[in-house]
Design a protein around this ligand. Structure first.
Ligand code: 13P
Ligand code: 13P
Ligand code: MG
Ligand code: MG
Length: 379
């Protein structure tokens, strides 16, 4: 059977500040999705959170971009927003940019990662959820999973993966899409996705002629850019991703291993700082220290006719203790820079800035360097 795995998320109010999601909001989401399951729209669902983001994990047979599914998510976020307003949670309704739903939730604030595929004999899927960062934070781990032979042993020793994968990469500034193949175009891919605030991995596909259908994605990342949609800062684009594993794809452990390195991502405090991303279990997905450090959660499921057998809280494991320890050391090191780059983001990537105001205030006091001193000799 063909099944659709959808993760749709939004920050509809933080508790307190931008730290966590209030249980009352999770309860509303569970009830709403339970109703939809009983009504036959959903096969199954799981509601969770990462930091202050409310996460709806759903399975169904409606395909991606389905109006009924998107409308269900939208109504759920609207209802949760009402509760958030009543509790005066922080930034209630933050990610809902419009009052009118127009058939597709994309471009309206929430983040979406969905894929439709033929469910295999055994279908392990991981839902990844990040808080206090942006979609490009997935570039490094997804690249390592599907293209780095030093991470993924299967690329070298499993005949069904040896031909590599196809990456769909989005230029989220120019709104352009390109498909590129590994291992042939690996260096060109890295030239793009190293610029993670602009080029992001959207999907990964198997290659033609392999074990899996080449037109069904095996990984998908949400790429909504909130501040581009809204034209102003209204919170970071905390991303989600879904990754299928095993049998012609990277093993579960090959998908998880990249997160043992807590790489630097942008976001953190006020969406304006670089910091390490820390893999944690859901109980520790609360962004406290300097509103972070940024977190990533991974919930593992086996699918059975679309039913979500799980979750297993995959980073709630001593195997990631050292990654957490390194993340904390890196957090100390980065924090010690205070307001200096590269802890603080470069000017063009900051979500908050006082610089235009400061420059305006000093306008009359800036003098031309050439007039003041004989600088020609120096420059
Ligand atoms: P098992 O032999 O436990 O099935 O593991 C195979 C595998 O793919 C490990 O990554
Ligand atoms: P969120 O994007 O998670 O709401 O965080 C915003 C922020 O400003 C954190 O300091
Ligand atoms: Mg928030
Ligand atoms: Mg958030």
């Amino acid at each position: 059977m063909k099944v659709t795995f959808s993760i749709i998320k939004a920050d509809v109010g933080g508790w307190p500040g931008h730290a966590n999601v209030h249980p009352a909001l999770m309860e509303i989401a569970k009830n709403k999705l339970q109703e939809a399951k009983e009504g036959g729209l959903l096969i199954d669902f799981h509601v969770t959170h990462c930091g202050d983001d409310l996460e709806l994990i759903m399975t169904h047979t409606k395909g991606v971009d389905n109006e009924e599914i998107h409308s269900l998510a939208w109504e759920t976020f609207k209802e949760a927003t009402e509760k958030a307003k009543e509790l005066k949670l922080y930034g209630a309704g933050q990610d809902l940019l419009s009052d009118a739903f127009s058939g597709n939730i994309k471009g309206m604030g929430p983040g979406v990662a969905e894929m439709e595929f033929t469910e295999r004999k055994a279908e392990p899927v991981i839902a990844f959820m990040m808080d206090k960062t942006e979609p490009g934070a997935f570039n490094m781990p997804i690249f390592k999973t599907f293209a780095d032979p030093f991470n993924t042993a299967g690329l070298v020793i499993d005949p069904s993966m040896h031909n590599g994968f196809v990456f769909e990469i989005w230029d989220i500034q120019e709104h352009k899409i390109v498909k590129m193949s590994t291992p042939e175009e690996m260096y060109d891919i890295l030239a793009l996705i190293g610029a993670k605030s602009r080029f992001v991995i959207k999907r990964v596909y198997p290659k033609e002629g392999g074990k899996l259908p080449a037109d069904e994605p095996v990984a998908v990342v949400s790429t909504e850019k909130l501040y581009q949609i809204a034209g102003k800062y209204i919170g970071k684009d905390d991303p989600v991703a879904a990754v299928r594993c095993q049998s012609g794809l990277p093993a579960l452990g090959e998908v998880l291993n990249p997160y043992a390195f807590p790489h630097l991502v942008s976001g953190w405090m006020r969406g304006s700082h670089n910091g390490p991303i820390m893999p944690v279990g859901v109980k520790n997905a609360i962004c406290t220290r300097f509103d972070g450090p940024p977190r990533v959660v991974a919930l593992g499921f086996q699918l059975s006719e679309g039913k979500l057998v799980g979750p297993v809280d995959l980073f709630d494991d001593p195997g990631f203790d050292r990654a957490r320890q390194i993340a904390l050391e890196v957090a100390d090191y980065m924090r010690a820079h205070g307001p200096f780059e590269p802890h603080r983001l470069p000017m063009e990537d900051m979500e908050y800035t006082t610089l235009p105001g400061v420059l305006e205030k000093l306008k009359g006091r800036f003098v031309d360097a050439k007039e003041k001193e004989n600088v020609i000799a120096h420059f």
